[in-house]
Design a protein around this ligand. Structure first.
Ligand code: GLU
Length: 411
């Protein structure tokens, strides 16, 4: 299924509940601006390679547009469009003053040296710098990018517009970033998982968790949940999966991963497991924290988890979502579950604009407060309207954007 069809299907379910007019639906589903650019760069070999970059600015009704920059071979306009819309609903669900955007370049970052990735990033900024900016559209890390790319982004942007650290978030702490941003998406997944467990009447100690994807989101979620005494029985990444019934020492695994080219396979403290088996484990919580589209109509029936917390964007397709909901599996949707990242991005942007530093404790405290409020509102709405958490989250997000659109005038 195309990514945009999936996110639009979720949007329509909420729009029906909200009784939105056809004209409002069309306005909210259509992106404000979509850009596709050519990114020609010289490779280390001297050869010229031409990549395709995208930036979709979906909606600015509630503030400057915000969203990550993804480096992945499968990046295309359809995917970026869907992810940009998700950002609009995500920032609205947690009620931070942003709209939504997303960008990407269709490259496999692992196939390029750091120097090539730097040239690609800087060249991309050369062609889009006039379309973005601190009050307009603020990129951040996503799949395949990290603080390193954000530093290059800011540096290149400043060649054109002068010192403007708030033009991008997720920067290195030593280069206008903030402590607590890197961990924030995963930590947020952990915080929200604990809130969900308590609503489901489960206690964290001993709760079994499987994490698909041990990148920035999955690893920080696993570390946070482990510190809350959950049992992380399985994790995986692109290299393979690991299983240990008594729980994996994720701190040790994280160290192992750093020492082994970012891969988890071969970790001595667990047995091997494949991705299909991991998704079908009999656990309390399954956290898909890698790519989109991992649970589909073809494999949703195999899921035995009691709850799914979407660390990744769009990991569950609508058909699978319906099957899981029907079977009583609780799904905490991406637009709430992984909103910790963009929330901490907002903190970074605020501090950049104030030339001030909060410190990690305040970052964590505010993150907890904002995610907690978002969770409570979504949970209450789901109860009162007897809808799934996903539909409730979309209702909250879409409703806020629709109201801002009307209040701001549509001209
Ligand atoms: N890429 C992250 C997301 O999908 C973070 C976006 C941001 O911080 O702007 O939510």
């Amino acid at each position: 299924m195309r990514s945009i069809e999936a996110t639009s299907a979720y949007f329509e379910q909420a729009a029906n509940q909200l009784d939105l007019s056809e004209s409002m639906r069309r306005l909210l589903l259509t992106a404000k601006r979509e850009v596709q650019v050519q990114v020609p760069v010289e490779l280390d070999s001297g050869e010229i390679a031409t990549f395709i970059g995208y930036r979709v600015q979906h909606n600015a009704a509630r503030g400057p547009m915000k969203g990550g920059l993804r480096y992945h071979p499968q990046v295309d306009l359809d995917e970026v469009r869907a992810l940009a819309a998700l950002m609009t609903w995500k920032t609205a669900v947690v009620d931070i003053p942003y709209g939504g955007a997303k960008g990407g370049i269709a490259i496999d970052p692992h196939q390029h040296s750091a120097r090539e990735r730097e040239r690609i990033t800087r060249r991309f900024v050369d062609v889009i710098h006039d379309l973005v900016g601190p009050d307009h559209d603020i990129p951040a890390p996503d799949l395949g990018t990290s603080a390193t790319e954000m530093a290059w982004f800011m540096s290149q942007y400043s060649h054109y517009h002068g010192f403007a650290p708030a033009c991008v978030t997720g920067k290195p702490v030593e280069y206008h970033g903030i402590a607590g941003r890197e961990e924030a998406t995963g930590r947020g997944v952990g915080i929200l998982t604990l809130k969900l467990l308590s609503r489901l009447g489960l206690r964290a100690p001993g709760t079994t968790v499987a994490v698909q994807g041990f990148g920035n989101v999955g690893s920080h979620a696993a570390l946070f949940l482990k510190s809350a005494e959950c049992r992380i029985v399985a994790v995986s990444d692109a290299s393979g999966g690991l299983y240990r019934a008594d729980g994996i020492d994720v701190l040790e695994l994280s160290r192992y991963q750093h020492a082994h080219d970012g891969r988890v396979v071969g970790f001595p403290g667990a047995d091997g497991i494949d991705n299909r088996e991991l998704l079908a484990l009999d656990v309390d919580v399954l956290i898909p924290a890698a790519l989109g589209g991992v649970l589909t109509a073809a494999n949703a029936d195999a899921v035995r988890a009691r709850a799914i917390v979407e660390g990744a964007n769009a990991p569950v397709e609508p058909d699978a979502d319906a099957m899981l909901t029907e079977r009583g599996v609780t799904v905490l949707p991406d637009i709430l579950a992984n909103a910790g990242g963009v929330t901490a991005s907002w903190f970074e942007w605020v501090q950049n604009r104030q030339h001030y530093r909060w410190g990690i404790d305040r970052v964590r405290q505010e993150l907890d407060r904002i995610l907690g409020e978002g969770f409570e509102q979504v949970w209450q709405l789901a109860q009162s309207r007897q809808v799934s958490l996903r539909t409730a989250a979309y209702m909250l997000g879409v409703g806020r954007v629709a109201r801002a659109t009307v209040l701001g005038g549509m001209e």
